[in-house]
Design a protein. Structure first.
Length: 199
């Protein structure tokens, strides 16, 4: 079967990352990707050198999108806590928009040169956020007894968990998910005091 005319390298990457996100990168084969794309495995090699080339392309897509958030004006102007809030919102938005790519990125373990490169780039992103969290704490804009790096990991752990349960469908509004992440991160749970012992 010949590749469809509309199937270019980016379209193939889209399909491959949906397969990788569902089966895991290590568990997915090029046969799985070819089947999902509706082409032969041999046809894939007309577009890319192999499975790791697809991985590198998709991970780069995710990392470029995350890095671009840090260059946005609202990520660089104003109070540290407001910049942090903007970044958290945009990361959550980006996660719902690039769900397969971010799902695979969050699961890489450094088993290949491509994965190790992705981890280095992701750590650089995390380091920038940890510095911003430290700035917000030092300015008295955030009150926490948790060290900045741990606070950052917990904060983005909540946002990153979107890839484990969120599915893009017309019944689930991505804006609602994003707003919930920001609300919980910056307002917390409004816990009602226990009054059961009050006479």
């Amino acid at each position: 079967m010949e590749p469809r005319k509309s199937l270019d390298r980016d379209a193939l990457c889209d399909i491959a990352f949906r397969v990788f996100a569902e089966r895991g990168y290590d568990g997915a084969s090029m046969d799985d990707v070819a089947r999902a794309a509706g082409i032969t495995k041999a046809s894939i090699y007309h577009h890319v050198a192999g499975k790791e080339a697809l991985l590198a392309r998709g991970l780069d897509r995710a990392l470029v999108a995350l890095s671009a958030i840090l260059e946005e004006p609202r990520a660089n102007d104003g109070r540290a806590v407001d910049r942090l809030r903007h970044i958290v919102r945009r990361v959550a938005e980006t996660t719902t928009q690039l769900l397969p790519e971010l799902a695979v990125l969050f699961r890489v373990r450094g088993n290949s040169l491509t994965e190790r490169d992705a981890i280095v780039r992701r750590r650089a992103f995390d380091d920038r956020i940890a510095l911003l969290m430290s700035e917000a704490i030092a300015a008295g804009e955030v009150r926490t007894m948790v060290p900045p790096r741990l606070a950052t990991r917990l904060l983005f752990g909540m946002s990153n968990s979107i890839v484990e349960w969120y599915k893009q469908d017309p019944l689930r509004d991505p804006a609602q998910v994003v707003n919930a992440v920001v609300a919980l991160a910056f307002a917390g749970l409004d816990v009602v005091p226990d009054t059961s012992d009050i006479a």
